[in-house]
Design a protein around this ligand. Structure first.
Ligand code: ADP
Ligand code: MG
Length: 282
């Protein structure tokens, strides 16, 4: 397969949109699988009590499985929670179990409640050798802006927003962007929306095209050129515990996610080789 460039530092992306059903989980697992099949080391942190990302990656997540909950609430290190994905070499997942549904409440009274995920990821990355280092970490978020999502915003540098190509797509987006600004001002000055991806795109409808045009006009820098088509193969894959990259590697959906992964990977390259770019660690 095609080999993607290794970023100089681990890139941590939070996949967020407080709307449900817009393609957060689908985007998380398929981009992660695309990057891993392209030769990179990728970790998916399932940060949604529904555990859909864990299911889609074929990862055991019955109640009691060591999970993101244990990391957030009981200081269990990620190294005791992360499982390798059975189908894709280089792809790993920290699963979510139903326990995580209680974490939103339990976090409220905890010390440094917004920083718990960041601290755990920092410890994980510090424990890795350069060879085993994750190139990408994706955090799949629940459809809300509660403390689980706040933890993900504090832990990441980049936000990836999937936008469904439908009429109400942009509704709620300003609230999401305001929240990101608040996090940036108070908790994580490096946070920014690096990537917007149009999902469930139907090129035959005017509406899909209008939404895409509007998103490209509003967010020319962030919006990927490729959009993800609506595809039955994409929606079928999770019921086999697979991503579309292994379920049907030649399908339009697999091709689109591979192209999106390519764009994301090459943008980072550009950024890090541009002379005017900030020095690393800034
Ligand atoms: P979210 O995580 O934002 O709630 P999901 O990724 O779970 O959204 O997607 C919602 C539903 O839409 C799922 O049933 C998923 O299989 C389906 N879906 C997502 N992307 C596509 C696509 N490109 N084509 C067809 N179905 C899709
Ligand atoms: Mg989801």
């Amino acid at each position: 397969g095609k080999t993607f460039p290794r970023p100089r530092e681990t890139r941590i992306l939070t996949v967020a949109n407080q709307k449900g059903g817009v393609g957060k989980t689908t985007t998380t697992v398929n981009l992660a699988a695309a990057l891993a099949t392209g030769g990179l080391q990728v970790l998916v942190i399932d940060n949604d009590p529904q555990g859909n990302a864990s299911t889609a990656l074929g990862i055991d997540h019955h109640a009691g499985t060591p999970s993101t909950y244990d990391v957030l609430i009981d200081d269990v290190p990620f190294s005791e929670v992360v499982q390798p994905c059975p189908d894709v070499e280089g792809l790993f997942c920290a699963p979510a179990t139903i326990d995580l549904s209680g974490a939103e409440i339990e976090l409220v009274s905890m010390v440094a409640r917004e920083n718990r995920l960041r601290n755990a990821i920092t410890a994980l990355l510090a424990s890795q050798t350069d060879e085993e280092r994750y190139d990408y970490v994706f955090i799949d978020c629940p459809p809300s802006l509660g403390l689980l999502t706040v933890n993900a915003f504090v832990a990441a540098r980049e936000v990836l927003i999937p936008i469904q190509s439908e009429y109400y797509a942009l509704e709620g987006l300003s609230q999401l962007l305001r929240n990101i600004e608040l996090i940036r001002g108070h908790l994580n000055p490096t946070l920014h929306v690096s990537t917007i991806l149009l999902t469930m795109f139907d090129k035959r409808t005017n509406l899909s095209r209008q939404v895409a045009d509007e998103v490209h006009t509003h967010f020319p820098e962030q919006t990927l050129e490729v959009s993800i088509p609506r595809s039955v193969r994409i929606s079928e894959a999770p019921s086999y515990g697979q991503t579309v990259l292994t379920y049907d590697p030649g399908s339009t959906g697999a091709l689109a996610y591979r192209a999106a992964a390519q764009e994301i990977a090459s943008r980072a390259e550009t950024a890090s080789t541009t002379p005017s770019a900030q020095p690393s660690g800034a």
